[in-house]
Design a protein around this ligand. Structure first.
Ligand SMILES: [Zn+2]
Length: 267
């Protein structure tokens, strides 16, 4: 296994400042998932599209824990999941299949995250899926698609059905499995995933308490959902949340990787 390092060498590709910032921000997202306890060992991925005309994506090398991801060791791959830049780590096209399907069909989905947290997977197991009566669940009203489980690997013939289940939404419950969340950038994806995670935590806790929930009307749910949608139109809101939790993580953990200076400038 190659040593985990973000020290740049003569063979390091000359990434643009824009790509470097994206690499740092994506590495921060991986560390955040670990910091918040939302990881599933070495499994699952977060992917982000590299700016520019090429359909290239950054993704974690399979086999690393999320807190071992650095801006430098992120793989750059094409839509088929093949490496487009040399890396000591192999590509994992099968692991990218879910992301590939969504990136390929949704030009607005620049970042996709897939998780299996316990509360989300518990909701994904329930026939009715997410409720919309708690503060976060209400924000998801009308914004969640549901895809029937067809097996552990996403096979080619399942892709179209999965995309139909997602439609133009940004949250897809993978029944009996977990969740996929996509948005136009990393902070928005994080904010939406956090909303989904909070809804799942509250609903699984409420489900354990006897007695009926207070039910909201569809009118109130729609108002919550529309407002939540409106808030992310301006990137500043999600960026404030993402940057704040990343600052807190750095205060708690110190440097996230060798050479981490907490600044998204080119190394
Ligand atoms: Zn999964």
């Amino acid at each position: 296994m190659t040593q985990l390092s973000s020290v740049r060498t003569n063979t390091t590709p000359q990434w643009s400042d824009e790509e470097w910032r994206l690499r740092v921000q994506l590495a921060e997202f991986y560390h955040l998932i670990d910091y918040l306890g939302w990881t599933e060992m070495i499994f699952n991925h977060i992917s982000a599209r590299v700016p520019g005309p090429d359909h290239h994506y950054l993704i974690n090398p399979f086999g690393l824990f999320y807190d071992e991801v650095t801006p430098d060791n992120l793989l750059k791959i094409d839509l088929a999941g093949n490496l487009v830049e040399p890396s000591p780590y192999p590509a994992n096209p099968a692991g990218f299949a879910l992301h590939s399907a969504i990136h390929g069909a949704r030009a607005d989905a620049h970042c996709i995250v897939h998780t299996h947290t316990t509360p989300i997977s518990a909701i994904a197991l329930k026939q009715d899926g997410f409720g919309h009566d708690d503060f976060y669940g209400a924000q998801l009203f009308g914004r969640v698609g549901y895809h029937t489980f067809e097996g552990i690997t996403l096979f080619a013939e399942e892709k179209e059905r999965m995309l139909a289940s997602l439609g133009d939404r940004n949250v897809l419950v993978l029944r009996n499995h977990g969740i996929a969340v996509c948005e136009q950038d990393i902070p928005r994806t994080f904010m939406l995933l956090w909303t989904v995670q909070r809804a799942a935590e509250i609903q699984t806790a409420a489900g354990a308490i006897p007695g009926a929930n207070v039910v909201l009307t569809d009118d109130i749910r729609s108002k919550c959902s529309d407002l939540a949608d409106h808030l992310v139109e301006d990137a500043a809101f999600a960026t404030k949340l993402f940057d704040a939790i990343v600052r807190k993580m750095r205060r708690t953990r110190g440097d996230l990787w060798p050479g981490d200076d907490g600044v998204r400038r080119k190394g």
